[in-house]
Design a protein around this ligand. Structure first.
Ligand SMILES: [Zn+2]
Ligand SMILES: [Zn+2]
Ligand SMILES: [Zn+2]
Length: 165
């Protein structure tokens, strides 16, 4: 049930207080970076905020154009370095199939990113399920494989886009 709640909240893009999502995410990020003695510079922080602006994955190019609008022409490497940093710290996940990034609500815990992605509206909900995560690690270990980065993507239709039944 816990996981279901996470999903419905994330998919419920219009009917929840997303300001709270952003606020919490930024607070968690500040604390995490402080505890790891890494610097969440203003640029990195702003990139994270832009990614958290919604539950829709954001492309690097969108981040770049937003930053350029806000603070003048921004060099692409600035954005890419910030994204790399945020990924290293687990603050964002990269969704390969969309070539886009989405904020992680549980950056302190090592986990696989399991995403349910709506093919209609493009929103993505991250599911946290230790059983699935553990199953991947265990299965890989039996094959002598050590997984590093793991992201699972499941495509389908979100509750908002699903025709009424
Ligand atoms: Zn939200
Ligand atoms: Zn995550
Ligand atoms: Zn949808």
């Amino acid at each position: 049930m816990k996981n279901f709640d996470t999903v419905s909240l994330s998919f419920d893009t219009n009917n929840h207080d997303h300001g709270r999502c952003i606020h919490t995410a930024m607070k968690v990020a500040d604390k995490l970076c402080l505890s790891r003695s890494v610097r969440l510079t203003p640029a990195r922080r702003r990139v994270l905020e832009l990614i958290w602006e919604s539950h829709h994955p954001v492309g690097a190019y969108d981040v770049l154009s937003r930053l350029s609008q806000e603070s003048g022409k921004t060099a692409p490497p600035t954005v890419y370095r910030a994204l790399e940093f945020l990924m290293e710290q687990g603050l964002i996940h990269r969704i390969e199939s969309l070539n886009a990034y989405v904020g992680c609500a549980h950056p302190a815990e090592e986990h696989a990113g399991l995403f349910l992605i709506c093919t209609d509206c493009g929103c993505a909900a991250e599911v946290h399920d230790e059983a699935i995560d553990q199953a991947i690690v265990t299965k890989a270990a039996t094959l002598g494989f050590r997984p590093e980065q793991r992201t699972l993507e499941v495509r389908g239709t979100c509750p908002d886009c699903r025709p009424n039944t």
